[in-house]
Ligand binder design. Structure first.
Ligand SMILES: Cc1cc2nc3c(=O)[nH]c(=O)nc-3n(C[C@H](O)[C@H](O)[C@H](O)COP(=O)(O)O)c2cc1C
Ligand code: SF4
Ligand code: SF4
Ligand code: SF4
Length: 632
């Protein structure tokens, strides 16, 4: 079937709705994004197929990531008239037991994350929602009420985890491509006006207003290009990968709408080669869209033609920078260039080029369908809508979260994230990727938006959020990020190439116990120089982690330099472990685990630790339940 009208979409949607909400028999949705597969979902999937596919009435299906990565593999079981149950930490054996239990109404309480009250996305207002009509299972929480999901609002992630990413029919059933059909009837200027009204800012890091970018690009003549930046190289960030793996059509639809608005015939998705599953699902999505005439020539029977090609990057962080990306896309070395001529005027192949991030495009369709004012009603004065964060590090509930802009930082870290595990103290949260900053405890009330994060010396970046606890050494953290950036610098300008290396050498010395008076001031001076004189964003933002850790954790730097101590117990030459005889109960647990046999002692009596044997692996520190192993 070739789509020529919204009615055609309606026909596909109607034929597919039951598959999503009222399946025949029982449907088992297995989270098959990278996070799920890494946790063992493939084995559960294979086992479920092997056990049940021959039995009538049980369908095994895949979805993308539903966000709660800590709980993977996640599996949802759905049947008409029964509650939709979400199971966590599934294994090959558990999934068989869970399905068999579900069939007879035994939901295996200890494996249940929750029952889903409403699986619709925000675009589906009139869908008959059977979950409203059925009797919920008593004694099981609703997924939407558990702290991890309660404050989330899913716009970019509206379909991730709720549908099969390889099925264009399921995307259409969730009101996919309706926004594009609407955009086909709008004047390009009106599309741009809607995006401007929404206040959407680019989610790739810089936060540039998307509508203004589209408008500038449309003004310049020549072959115009629509490019999607799926390079995502920040350590700890996987928002874009999850969108591509869980809902690739949302990105294609956003690009199609951008192409209509700007007047482009050719689109490119630049995606790093380390994302094979994202690439695979994108290829399928493009083929499926072409098959029903939503990509290609004369789309929907109109004069509008648009093609999308995938280009695989080799995985260099600097290739995420817009000019470097375009250079790489042209087949040259991916090096940034000075932007006195903007890429919206002269970018890829010297044509006007609009580059947006994956998440930016994923937000476009809902804005077109629901209106710019709707999107602008969420968020703060200068940061509208929602933002996806990957919440990782020392936090109980790691995962992918989408929240309205302006939410207090503590609501993310403690409300959604559940705080720091093992009763350790929260120390800082690093936002904005390697060039972001570390935000200390006293700013936990900060409302998360572009402006407020910048006020405390950090950035929104693309949405990485790394939580750190008392056992994190802030000097070592700064060293880690700088080491990453030194490797990733393209090396064409002096301040970045030499300056980052100089700063890294100083930090390495400090961590090795060779820091000296004046080092902190030298780091500050070098940092400011690199910020001022580097050519691209990699250099101008590289000193951020160093400068913010000096700003908020100067005492830790001083302890390293003056006292030759690492208070967090990370920099090996600067600390040792001791056993506090007052606290030691003589339980012997640490001794049993020590790989060096460095701990000895009689049961129920304080133990001794032989420094000459100890390699400072920290196993005893992590093992002791009585806080008797201390860092000195
Ligand atoms: C070193 C460096 C790396 C970057 N990496 C990415 C990236 O991986 N993905 C991305 O969307 N933007 C990245 N950016 C930002 C892009 O240059 C560009 O601003 C962005 O893709 C524009 O899209 P947006 O307006 O939708 O945010 C990077 C910038 C720099 C300086
Ligand atoms: S700032 Fe660094 S990464 Fe950017 S162009 Fe200069 S050397 Fe290359
Ligand atoms: S685990 Fe702790 S309490 Fe037990 S023997 Fe070791 S130091 Fe003592
Ligand atoms: S730090 Fe490691 S090697 Fe040293 S005493 Fe503890 S467990 Fe043994």
């Amino acid at each position: 079937m070739i789509i020529t009208s919204t009615k055609d979409l309606d026909a596909i949607r109607q034929s597919c709705l039951s598959r999503l909400y009222t399946p025949e028999g029982v449907k088992v949705n297995i989270g098959m994004a990278s996070c799920g597969i890494a946790a063992g979902a493939q084995a559960s999937y294979n086992r479920a197929i092997q056990e049940f596919s021959t039995k009538q009435g049980i369908t095994i299906s895949q979805t993308g990531c539903i966000g709660f990565c800590e709980m993977e593999p996640l599996v949802e079981i759905v049947a008409q008239g029964k509650p939709r149950m979400m199971y966590h930490h599934m294994t090959e054996d558990k999934i068989v037991e869970a399905i068999n239990g579900y069939l007879v109404g035994d939901y295996h309480k200890k494996w249940i994350l929750g029952q889903m009250r409403d699986p619709r996305n925000l675009l589906e207002d009139q869908i008959p929602n059977p979950q409203d009509k059925i009797q919920p299972a008593e004694g099981f929480p609703f997924l939407e009420d558990i702290p991890f999901y309660a404050k989330q609002v899913k716009v970019a992630l509206r379909n991730c985890g709720y549908m099969d990413p390889d099925s264009i029919e399921e995307y259409i059933a969730r009101k996919g491509y309706y926004a594009f059909m609407k955009a086909l009837t709008m004047a390009p200027a009106d599309i741009i006006k809607t995006i401007k009204t929404s206040g959407l800012r680019g989610r790739g890091g810089g936060g540039f207003p998307t509508g203004i970018k589209w408008e500038s690009c449309a003004k310049h003549s020549g072959d115009r290009y629509i490019i999607c930046n799926a390079d995502e190289g920040d350590p700890g960030a996987y928002m874009d990968r999850s969108v591509l793996e869980g809902d690739p059509h949302s990105v294609l639809e956003g690009m199609l709408i951008a192409a209509l608005a700007i007047g482009s015939k050719q689109g490119f998705i630049y995606v790093r080669n380390e994302y094979p599953l994202a690439v695979k699902r994108l290829i399928t999505a493009i083929k499926e869209a072409e098959k029903i005439g939503l990509l290609g020539d004369h789309i929907a029977g109109t004069n509008f033609s648009f093609h999308i090609k995938i280009s695989r990057g080799a995985g260099a962080f600097v290739c995420g920078e817009s000019t470097a990306l375009m250079s790489s896309l042209e087949g040259h070395v991916g090096r940034p260039r000075a932007k006195y001529v903007h890429t919206v005027e002269k970018g890829f192949r010297d044509g006007p080029s609009n580059l947006n991030n994956v998440e930016t495009y994923a937000n476009v369709a809902p804005i077109i369908l629901k209106g710019g004012d709707w999107y602008a009603s969420m968020g703060t004065a200068n940061s509208k809508g929602t933002k996806v964060f990957s919440l990782v590090g020392k936090v109980i509930n790691t995962g992918l979260v989408e929240v309205p802009m302006g939410i207090p930082l503590k609501d993310i870290v403690f409300g959604i994230g559940g705080g720091v595990p093992r009763k350790k103290e929260f120390k800082a949260v690093q936002t904005g990727g390697p060039s972001g900053g570390c935000i200390p405890t006293r700013f936990l009330d900060l409302s998360v938006d572009y402006q407020k994060l910048a006020e405390v010396g950090s950035i929104m970046g693309s949405g990485g959020m790394i939580v750190m606890d008392q056992d994190t050494c802030m000097v070592d953290v700064a060293r880690y990020f700088l080491d990453f950036l030194k490797e990733e610098s393209c090396g064409q300008c002096n301040p970045c190439r030499e300056g980052i290396k100089q700063m890294l050498d100083i930090l390495t010395n400090i961590c090795q116990g060779n820091g000296k008076e004046g080092d902190i001031e030298l780091l500050e001076e070098l940092g400011t120089t690199i910020q001022r004189f580097s050519l691209c964003g990699l250099g101008t933002s590289a000193p951020n982690p160093v400068l913010t850790t000096i700003l908020y954790f100067r005492d830790e730097y001083e302890a390293h330099i003056r006292d030759k101590k690492c208070p967090a117990g990370v920099c090996k030459p600067l600390f040792h472990y001791e056993i506090d005889p007052e606290k030691c109960t003589g339980c012997h647990s640490c001794a049993k685990k020590c790989p060096q046999e460095a701990i000895t002692g009689e049961k129920k009596k304080p133990h001794q630790l032989d420094q000459s044997k100890c390699i400072k692996c920290g196993i005893c520190y992590d093992t002791c339940k009585f806080d008797a192993i201390v860092i000195r």
